[in-house]
Design a protein around this ligand. Structure first.
Ligand SMILES: [Zn+2]
Length: 435
């Protein structure tokens, strides 16, 4: 059964690879790249009859999958350092990075307050690159968020969460990355961000991008947080444990990863726009599947950021239930089940009341839907395993304009980087710093 599903995925991968490439505006459709050929050989794979045979050009030398090297960089014998339950696993989260800062902060047609919002919550590509360099130099190593905590049955027969002991290479410090709102919301596409993730001819993840000044659309690995991190880890494989990258925190209301996969229930049944919407949705669902498959294969994981980016502290039970079920239907059905919930706006359920041992009905209901790791936003990588329910609550730190400019954050983030060396005050709006 498992094998059958795998065949299906690889078939869709092959078909959609061609469609995705053709749709990328000016990109030529090449013959299958060596890595695809190699992947095809490694997996049970039926060539669909409708796909023309590649022109018998010079036989390409099969390229080894560079991600394979990333996954296997550390051998079991090298993982000699036990990182126990009382030692902090740091957690940083990012929003999409700004590909064109001059456009985003100054030249784009958005309002001043929208531009200041980008300054508050985002970092630029250059800043993100500098942050990665600093984290790497300071000995951090990316670990899979799902490996940090695990469920077990205690001596009373109760299922609870616990912090796992991580086995790390000597001298390394564990770090979790999460990336919020990797949905490529339409409004952001006009603000100097990349527009979607795709699988390139070489089998790797690329970002589609439109230069806001020339309107030229192209594929890049240098302007999007996902592809920048992939590339960084390929160049520094010791920065990742078992190929771990980050966890995507996804909403659903504008689809995911740049694909408009949301359903049509908000469109009136007799709306003439509905058939076209549905046809496009189906195509987008097929197109995103190989992207998800490749991301999973290369160390990325998925969590919920609620379907509608709702404020869990004030939404109320009925809304939370509707929203959660809709996420499962529209996003979970594509990325698979997850036990991680990232609170939008950092707002905690039950009137912001799930800290310490306490929690209320909404938290309990969310837990009953399979969530075990509840991540908010805070001033440290705080985490607490609850003892009366199988759940852990945790906070994440947020490198962005607010913390890069803040004197108070300068010290808090000093273990990761020196904000003075990261922030690009040349291109950011003139909003001052407090350090
Ligand atoms: Zn968000």
């Amino acid at each position: 059964m498992k094998n059958f599903r795998f065949r299906g995925v690889s078939l869709i991968l092959a078909l959609t690879l061609l469609c995705a490439t053709a749709a990328c505006g000016g990109e030529t459709v090449d013959t299958p790249a060596p890595s695809d050929t190699q992947q095809a050989a490694a997996l049970p794979f039926d060539t669909p009859a409708s796909v023309p045979a590649p022109t018998p050009e010079p036989t390409p030398t099969p390229r080894a999958d560079p991600e394979e090297m990333v996954r296997n960089y550390w051998s079991e014998e090298q993982l000699v350092q036990a990182w126990g339950p009382d030692q902090v696993v740091e957690h940083l989260f990012f929003h999409p990075v700004i590909a064109y800062p001059q456009w985003a902060f100054h030249d784009c047609p958005s309002s001043r307050s929208e531009k200041d919002g980008l300054d508050d919550w985002m970092v630029t590509v250059d800043e993100f690159n500098k942050i990665l360099d600093s984290l790497y130099e300071r000995g951090y190593i990316l670990v899979n968020m799902a490996d940090v905590w695990g469920e077990y049955t205690n001596e009373n027969g109760e299922v609870r969460m616990r912090r796992n002991t991580l086995m790390l290479p000597e001298g390394k410090k564990p770090l979790v990355f999460s990336f919020d709102d990797v949905n490529y919301y339409p409004y952001m596409l006009e603000q100097g961000f990349t527009s979607k993730l795709v699988v390139g001819d070489d089998g790797d993840i690329w970002a589609e991008c439109t230069d806001p000044y020339t309107r030229e659309t192209f594929l890049t690995q240098d302007l999007d947080a996902t592809t920048i991190l992939d590339k960084f880890v390929r160049e520094h494989p010791d920065f990742s444990l078992n190929g771990a990258k980050g966890c995507f925190s996804l909403t659903g209301y504008q689809g995911i990863l740049g694909y408009r996969t949301q359903n049509d229930i908000d469109i009136a049944a007799d709306d003439p726009a509905r058939p076209a919407f549905d046809a496009n949705r189906q195509a987008e669902i097929e197109a995103v599947k190989p992207v998800i498959a490749r991301l999973k294969e290369t160390g990325w994981t998925f969590g919920s950021h609620t379907w509608g980016h709702i404020r869990l502290s004030s939404a109320g039970m009925a809304w939370i239930q509707r929203d959660t079920l809709r996420w499962a239907e529209e996003v979970g059905s594509l990325v698979g089940p997850t036990n991680i919930l990232f609170y939008p706006h950092g707002g905690r359920p039950d009137g912001d009341h799930d800290q310490g041992e306490s929690y209320g009905e909404e938290f309990k209901w969310l837990q009953s839907q399979g969530f075990r790791i509840f991540a908010s936003v805070g001033t440290s990588s705080y985490s607490q395993v609850k003892t009366t329910i199988s759940a852990v609550i945790c906070d994440r730190l947020h490198p962005d304009g607010t913390t890069l400019r803040s004197g108070r954050s300068l010290e808090r983030y000093s273990q990761f980087y020196n904000a003075k060396e990261i922030i690009d005050l040349e291109v950011r709006p003139d909003l001052g710093v407090t350090w």
